[in-house]
Design a protein around this ligand. Structure first.
Ligand code: DQQ
Length: 559
């Protein structure tokens, strides 16, 4: 039998702090730095995640790269820390690390968006002509309190301005109302448009028919007059309302991103929808035929809403864009709070954007995608510790000395000598959250749980465990990968649900890899090179700033 040890082959620990480099803008007067500070009263503000200076934020909108700047628009309430009076907040950045907040881009000031400017997307109708399409939330008439959704277009006031500070809503608005047979209260979130085989624009709008989620397809020659295609691009029974659909091409070989209209033999497509029913983002990879506007999933057991998720934690209403500067596709997602609205009002803000991820096709499966933090994060690393050859004995907790702090970028590789003794489990993937909370960090299995404790207090009373738990199944071996918030805070007025997923591992592969980003109140994990991602929000009261420690642990009894 192999020795009773688990080996952590390599660990690298990086301490990241928020960026402090100067950025050069053409007109620095109109820029305000996103500098709302973390103080002892504000321990949960982050350093390298985007958040407005105050108030409520939700979905990322209209992402684009334009004349040297990344533009992030976002659903924002200028008046408070809860959802309401939704505008398009606007921030720009040259590196997606340090953001500068500009004036609101779209506010509810027209009859067709008078209750709110909801989610939408950006499309380049020509190289220097970005256009926004968004959902207006309006009333049927001023006397009827029945709010419906329509689609509207805005164009830049001055497309020479790289910051795109002012937007004009076009006179043709609203450019779309709900078609017959579609509930006008469930008709929203237009995608970035693309050009089909006939040279016309296409876009998708999220909706539902009875209880079936649907991506309604529209075509246009001029971007203002849109006609619904007879058949939707895609629909899945019983998945409920599809919010924030996203549809984009990925390369079949390689990591390079593609602009949204690209298609051909080396290209496959991804369709994502955010399910209003469970607030998770589901995607499927498939073939898009632009002659007939049909989309066929590569594996229908992974269909939208019943299969793969971008993230198995808190991550919703996400959107991608093509970064023409670096030839990659980038994903942003809304990461809500796990604290109560009462707490959010007291702290004066709510929500983060997840750290931007590069996204590409998984070359092994060809039916799933990989996600990885954009490489720019490496410029934030202030110190790096590289450890290797650490043996994690059965039932052990090892403090990683010298790594204190609440902003970390940790990469770990675990090598396991043998899996012969792993427990044999019939895996029930329908309730992974339950499995994660039952296994928890303290369970003693044969091979695991083992992993990291981040944001851990010295006495370990507070800790967020990110762990693997390997089991054998009929078809090979799998690992449960979990983010366990159960002991993340001594404050009981926060949601401490554990999140996770099962991951299949090739039978000859005995190594498991984790990368975890920690930024005060957010923990983002990328397992096995970005196959599985898990984002969580945590609110430690003791393990803050340099009182936050890092540990490696192994609760397995076999190694
Ligand atoms: N958020 C927006 C909607 C969208 C929802 C409203 C998803 O357009 O469907 O703030 O979080």
């Amino acid at each position: 039998m192999s020795p009773f040890i688990s080996v952590c082959a390599c660990c690298w620990f990086f301490v990241a702090a928020s960026a402090s480099r100067d950025l050069t803008y053409r007109d620095s007067d109109i820029l305000s730095l996103n500098t709302a500070q973390r103080t002892s009263e504000q321990p949960y503000r982050t350093g390298f995640h985007f958040q407005p200076t105050k108030n409520w934020m939700n979905d990322p909108n209209g992402l684009m790269y334009y004349k040297g700047y990344y533009h992030l628009f976002y659903q924002w309430n200028p008046y408070g820390a809860v959802w309401g009076t939704i505008t398009w907040g606007h921030a720009v950045s040259t590196d997606m690390l340090q953001w500068h907040i500009l004036d609101v881009a779209l506010a509810p000031d027209q009859w067709y968006d008078i209750n709110g400017c909801w989610t939408g997307s950006a499309t380049f109708v020509a190289a220097n002509r970005p256009v926004l399409i968004y959902t207006g939330w309006t009333n049927i008439s001023s006397s009827v309190e029945h709010k419906i959704q329509v689609q509207a277009v805005a164009v830049p006031h001055d497309s020479e301005d790289p910051l795109l500070q002012k937007w004009i809503k076009v006179n043709d608005n609203p450019i779309l109302v709900a078609p017959i047979g579609i509930d006008p209260t469930e008709f929203r979130d237009p995608t970035t448009a693309w050009i089909g085989a006939d040279g016309k624009w296409r876009m998708v709008v999220g909706s539902k028919r009875k209880e079936d989620g649907v991506a309604l397809l529209y075509r246009s020659s001029d971007f203002l007059h849109w006609h619904k295609a007879e058949d939707p691009l895609h629909s899945v029974v019983d998945t409920g309302m599809w919010e924030c659909p996203d549809f984009y091409p990925v390369s079949i070989g390689g990591q390079n991103g593609l602009d949204t209209s690209v298609n051909g033999p080396d290209v496959i497509h991804v369709l994502k929808a955010s399910l209003a029913n469970d607030k998770h983002d589901y995607y499927v990879v498939g073939t898009y035929n632009s002659d007939y506007d049909t989309f066929t999933p590569a594996d229908s057991s992974h269909n939208v809403g019943i299969g793969l998720r971008y993230d198995y934690g808190k991550f919703y209403a996400s959107k991608t864009f093509y970064d023409s500067a670096k030839g990659r596709r980038i994903l942003f997602g809304w990461v809500n709070e796990s604290s109560s609205a009462k707490n959010d009002i007291v702290k004066g803000w709510s929500s983060l954007q997840g750290f931007p991820r590069k996204i590409w096709l998984n070359g092994e499966t060809k039916s799933s995608i990989l996600q990885w933090p954009i490489q720019e994060i490496e410029t934030l690393r202030r110190r790096s510790d590289s450890l290797s050859g650490i043996f994690l004995e059965a039932n052990s907790v090892t403090r990683v000395t010298g790594v204190e702090g609440a902003q970390l970028d940790v990469e770990v590789e675990f090598d396991m000598p043998s899996l012969n003794e792993a427990e044999i489990l019939e895996v029930d993937s329908s309730n992974v959250q339950l499995a994660c909370s039952q296994v928890g960090k303290s369970h003693k299995g044969a091979v695991g749980p083992f992993g990291l404790l981040v944001l851990a207090s010295e006495d370990l009373k507070e800790q967020t465990a990110v762990f693997f738990y390997a089991v054998l199944t009929g078809g090979g071996w799998k690992t449960l990968i979990c983010s366990d918030q159960g002991r993340s805070s001594l404050n009981n007025d926060v949601d401490k649900t554990s999140y996770g997923s099962y991951m299949s591992v090739p039978s000859n592969d005995k190594s498991l890899r984790l990368r975890t980003l920690v930024d005060h109140s957010i923990v983002e994990t990328f397992a096995q090179g970005g196959e599985i991602c898990i984002t969580s929000r945590v609110y430690p009261v003791k393990a803050v700033n340099n009182q936050a420690h890092l540990y490696l642990f192994n609760n397995g009894v076999q190694y």
